[in-house]
Design a protein around this ligand. Structure first.
Ligand SMILES: C[S@@+](CC[C@H](N)C(=O)[O-])C[C@H]1O[C@@H](n2cnc3c(N)ncnc32)[C@H](O)[C@@H]1O
Length: 216
């Protein structure tokens, strides 16, 4: 499989032809690159502006992110949310949480974000008790082994009309010729979503693949 799925020049062209993220998020990218391992975990402008756009259209009051890292996608989603919206973020890396919080404090949208430390699968078990209604919007971007479990649980907690967005659904192209258990989970998750009569979806070949699912 190639290192990148979209032709590099095409990807660069899409990047410069997409609205820039706010300066604070550009700083967050720079600081993540300088101070944190695995800066490539961060979703970046094309996925981030897509999340902001979907959030601005959907106006979610109750949102969830599974896999926050340094807060780039969380702040992108929060940017599109209404003032009284609440985004709950699940994350297991304390260093990433501390880092993200310094940016939440500096952002006008940071007050919408609540971070829950610990494995997302545990957080999901008790999430309904912490929400005052069903989820309107979720971004799933962690721990591919549990993608199907996350999707099924999140779907249960989502209102009709609510959105579930899954990142990395192309899994660097490995879904075409799966070889490992994790590859199989991604293939099964994508198949189940496409065949599920309770949702409609669009599988976007954006970056590493973004599946946008709407519960009917
Ligand atoms: C790909 S990164 C998230 C990137 C982020 N959404 C962004 O676009 O900037 C995945 C994150 O999930 C976290 N993670 C891994 N396993 C997890 C789990 N079981 N529960 C919650 N978070 C987890 C990792 O620590 C990592 O920071």
């Amino acid at each position: 499989m190639p290192d990148f799925l979209v032709d590099e020049q095409v990807e660069d062209y899409a990047f410069i032809s997409t609205s820039a993220e706010p300066e604070l998020l550009q700083e967050l990218i720079d600081q993540t690159n300088q101070n944190m391992g695995w800066p490539q975990k961060l979703s970046g402008r094309l996925v981030g502006r897509t999340l902001k756009m979907l959030s601005a259209i959907a106006q979610p009051k109750r949102a969830l992110e599974i896999g926050m890292f340094t807060g780039y996608s969380a702040l992108s989603i929060a940017e599109g949310m209404p003032e009284d919206g609440k985004l709950i973020c699940c994350e297991t890396n304390p260093r990433a949480i501390d880092f993200a919080k310094t940016f939440y404090e500096r952002s006008e949208h940071g007050k919408k974000i609540e971070v829950i430390f610990g494995p997302a699968i545990d957080t999901l078990e008790t999430l309904a008790d912490q929400l005052d209604g069903p989820l309107d919007f979720t971004f799933i971007d962690a721990d591919k082994r549990n993608y199907l479990n996350y999707y099924l649980k999140v779907k249960e907690l989502t209102r009709p009309g609510g959105l579930i967005v899954l990142d990395n659904v192309l899994w660097s192209g490995k879904v075409i010729q799966p070889e490992s258990d994790i590859d199989d989970v991604l293939v099964e998750t994508n198949r189940l979503i496409a065949e599920d009569p309770e949702v409609e979806n669009v599988f976007l070949t954006l970056r590493d693949g973004v599946n946008v699912v709407r519960k009917l």
